[in-house]
Design a protein around this ligand. Sequence first.
Ligand code: SAM
Length: 266
Amino acid sequence: MFKDPPKKNLGQHFLADQDIISKIVLAVKPVAGDFLVEIGPGQGAITFPLLKKHGALTVIEFDRDLITPLMESAEGMGDLTIIHKDVLKVDFTKLAADRPAIRLVGNLPYNISTPILFHVLEHAPVVRDMHFMLQKEVIDRMAAEPGSKVYGRLTVMLQARCEVTPLFMVPPHAFRPPPKVDSAVVRLVPLAADKIHIKDAVLFENLVRDAFGQRRKTIRNAMQARATSDDIEAVGLRPDARAEQLPVTDFIKLANFLTSKPPATT
Ligand code: SAM
């Protein structure tokens, strides 16, 4: 039923290793009543086992050539809802209306994995958890500790909003065609609203972007458009520190200080 060759521009690397597929389904562990949504079902490698196990699944797929084959192949397996759309245009908050919080699953198209993560984060209050296959290098960045070479904007933005748990590695030969890089599966659990202490999300995002814009600069120089040395010192940080040395909580502390600071009078 699936006749077309994989499309490189849509990041199509289809999972072909049954053990890995079983490990993903086990990690998700759906229970009755869960609202499961898969991003990029492709030829159904994860879709069909999840559908058979859970009885219902919503999938978001951009490739129109996959829609009919997916529908036909899923017949008799359960209740499959297909949203034929670019996932970056899906309003997850609307999708979750009157339903339980979404449990997202996906072997993501690697070419747009970071935009997908940031898009989903915008809807974090309606997302219960996420199980994503990504490039291992991206998961290393997501889970990095301060001081690590790969600690950066993605780390801070994700860890400020989610618990990040790398689960297991997946080698290239688990896919058809094999990607050039190692992959891994990660679990992300958005923090409860009362555990996110960011007062102004936009200011926080801009501050983190500036801080890592030029990694080798001190934070005083990198953040000079938004914070003075006095601001940085007021929250107990050293202006000559570098962004990669600061724990996530320090970025939140500084952003919140700037949010609460009265505007300068001239
Ligand atoms: N889940 C399947 C598997 O594991 O074999 C396919 C994974 S493949 C890495 C990524 C899937 O995402 C493909 O089916 C691709 O067509 C789909 N995709 C790519 N860009 C997309 C987008 N913007 N919105 C929704 N789906 C997209």
